[in-house]
Design a protein around this ligand. Structure first.
Ligand code: PLP
Length: 499
């Protein structure tokens, strides 16, 4: 199956090439040309298989140039009880009648990015082998918190790769910082940058674009690659759990074969929910994909009006991993909605760049309206949802998941649709423990406590164990102390790779 660019005529003949290159030379994103349908009979058949068996089956449909053994090996290296704290990998919990929480945070960093970043390194090294790439792959990451740690855990000790992560010394939580500076592995570099996330991100972009660095890199046998969410290799693993959520409901006889379900998805860069769209396109019985945003509600406005407008104030919210004004993966949906009209997409993307907004035509709007529904939740509603759900159903959620739940409640009120719904749960409540503690404890109970003390308090109160990746973090040795000025990032890369 070919992979085409959303911006023009460029294509890759294989998924391996698309994953290795990451982004098309014309600046577009790679999309699969014609993924094969999965029939209801096939769905029923795979429903009795393990998570890994089902994952291998689904992935084969997109990675048609990888052999079955290669895919199976990538899947097994990624999803196992060494990295995940449950053999189910993605447990599905019943919260209330008709509502199920799909917990995607049982991996090493306690957030859903592990689902993709545990397998991406293996897909990427497989791709390098297939395309006869002899250079070592260097992954450069600028992180605002979650992605950096998930990428480090995914790439650590993977032969043929090195990873360099830059994080801003201001603006990330104590736990996120400790997760990174205690990172083990023989191919990892973690560097603090004096500045904010924008400085760090601009620095990384400049290094990617710098000719001189790239030449020096190639001469030493390295090539840059990205673990960014626009890489097809990060999107495709996320399609799997939409299917396994459905087969789990089938197994539990919660639904009958062919019965449609909804998914409500806390959304930022539009990667997770887009994977749900691809699952539906391949035949998964989906009624609505509910796009849940926080106060950075560009996507809600877009889905409701057809106008995408990033000219607004950026807000820092309690669901920081969704604080995004440019949702890059939306471009892939536009490709689907316009049946691959790259002329239109180029026009809209140019407008976004120049004016900061674009408006799609009525046909495109109708296409999106048929499958998506959107609302947003503010911080106050997020906190209230955590508390109410905990009090009423004894189920504790993090802030991102709570946005998904709150928006689902608005969906129910607005539509009266009683279709069974899966809430896609994207982080452990322990990971964003300050906000979660604020929701369920009184001021006197939690004030003055450090993030680490809050972990213990949360665990004692709820009876949930502290996830392994977070427990004892304050007692681990700090292995990375390098802190640099934002002007010196390029130099730091050269030093790390000994160029
Ligand atoms: C990244 C992230 C999201 C947003 O996912 P997208 O694929 O960017 O839409 C939501 N919740 C958490 C916890 C995340 O880390």
């Amino acid at each position: 199956m070919r992979y085409l660019s959303t911006r023009g005529k460029h294509y890759c003949s294989t998924s391996a090439e698309a994953i290795k290159i990451g982004i098309a030379p014309d600046g577009g994103l790679f999309v699969p040309e014609n993924p094969e349908l999965i029939t209801l009979e096939q769905l029923q058949k795979i429903s009795s298989l393990s998570f890994n068996d089902q994952a291998a089956f689904i992935l084969q449909h997109f990675l048609s140039d990888y052999t079955a053994e290669e895919i199976r090996s990538c899947v097994d290296k990624a999803y196992n009880t060494h990295a995940f704290d449950t053999p189910e990998i993605t447990p599905l919990k019943n919260i209330s009648p008709g509502l199920f929480s799909l917990e995607l945070w049982h991996g090493p960093t306690c957030a859903f990015k592990d689902m993709a970043l545990q397998i991406l390194p293996h897909l990427l090294t497989g791709a390098a082998e297939k395309t006869q790439e002899s250079d070592e792959i260097v992954i450069l990451v600028a992180t605002s918190g979650d992605t950096g740690k998930a990428a480090l855990e995914g790439f650590k000790n993977v032969p043929g790769t090195s990873i360099i992560v830059f994080f801003p010394d201001k603006g990330i939580s104590e736990i996120q910082k400790m997760q990174m500076v205690t990172q083990e592995g023989n191919n990892v570099h973690v560097i603090a940058v004096e500045g904010n996330f924008d400085d760090t991100q601009s620095g990384v972009k400049a290094i990617f674009a710098d000719n001189e660095t790239n030449i020096a890199l190639n001469q030493s046998g390295y090539r840059f690659s990205s673990a960014n969410s626009i890489n097809w290799g990060r999107l495709v693993p996320q399609i799997v759990y939409y299917f396994t959520a459905y087969t789990t409901l089938l197994n539990r006889k919660e639904i009958t074969p062919g019965e449609k379900i909804n998914f409500t998805v806390p959304t930022g860069n539009f990667g997770n929910i887009l994977a749900g769209y691809y699952a539906q396109k391949m035949g998964l019985p989906v009624n609505k994909l509910i796009c849940a945003a926080n106060e950075n509600n560009v996507l809600t406005e877009f889905i409701r009006t057809g106008m995408y407008d990033r000219n607004r104030k950026f807000r820092k919210t309690l669901s920081p991993s969704m604080d995004i004004l440019i949702s890059s993966n939306l471009e892939r949906l536009l490709y689907e909605a316009t049946s691959g009209n790259t002329g239109k997409i180029n026009h809209w993307m140019d407008e976004l760049k120049i004016k900061g907004y674009y408006e799609v035509d009525p046909d495109t709007r109708n296409f999106i309206d048929n499958i998506f529904w959107s609302e947003y939740a503010n911080d106050q509603e997020t906190i209230k949802t955590i508390k109410q759900t905990y009090d009423q159903y004894n189920y504790l959620m993090d802030t991102h998941t709570a946005v998904g739940k709150n928006v689902y409640e608005k969906y129910l009120m607005g539509t009266g649709d009683s279709t069974k719904t899966v809430l896609v749960s994207t982080a452990s409540p322990f990971k964003f423990n300050t906000s979660v503690a604020r929701a369920i404890f009184s001021e006197t109970e939690f004030s003055g406590k450090s993030e680490f003390e809050l972990l213990t308090l949360l665990s004692q109160t709820t009876g949930m164990p502290i996830p392994q990746g977070l427990s004892d973090l304050d007692k681990k040795s700090v292995l990375h102390t390098n802190s640099i000025d934002k002007e010196n990032m390029q130099q730091a890369v050269k030093q790390a790779l000994k160029l």
